[in-house]
Each structure stands twice: as structure tokens, then as C-alpha cells.
Design a binder for this molecule. Sequence first.
Ligand code: ZN
Length: 97
Amino acid sequence: MQKITIGVYKTYKNAGNLRFHRTKTKKHWRHYFIEIDEDDENDYSFGTEWVSALKAVVLKRKQLYKKTFYCTDCESVFTSYVKKNQNECDECPNGCE
Ligand SMILES: [Zn+2]
């Protein structure tokens, strides 16, 4: 399983839980990710987990964004997860370089 970070947000840990008084709840980092089966990229699931502030920084640095690319070799449009500043993708689904 490959974990792809799609977001790291600060959120209230007990939001929606009325047993906790809101002013007493601290904000925590929540990691949103997709787990992809490396053998079958169509087989994926969304997941979330609580992470420490330190881990959140690391995750944010590695966070990937879904972008649309165009392959000039086979003239097809495809989407891929890449780093924030990356505007080119060499992973054409049709196997082009
Ligand atoms: Zn291609």
C-alpha cells in the first residue's frame, strides 16, 4: 500500500462531540490520505489519521497534488499526483517517457 497525502489540516479533535466544551478543545493536525494498492491503481481508499505537529510539517512537505497533464507522445490527457511545484509528469499511463 502506498500512502499519498492529499491534505494536512488543523482541526478540533472533538468537533461534533458535545461532551467536550469547545473552548477547552485544542486543535490538532489531521492527515488526509489515499491508500493505493501498488498492483492495482484503481483499488484505493481514503483514510485519515491524527498526527503530531512535527509529523504534520513533514507530511505537508511531501504532500502531493492531483494535476492534469498532457502527453505529447500519445496525445492523451491524464491525471497524476505530483509535488506542488511540479508542472511536468513523466509517468504517462501509456508508458511514454
Ligand atoms: Zn503518453
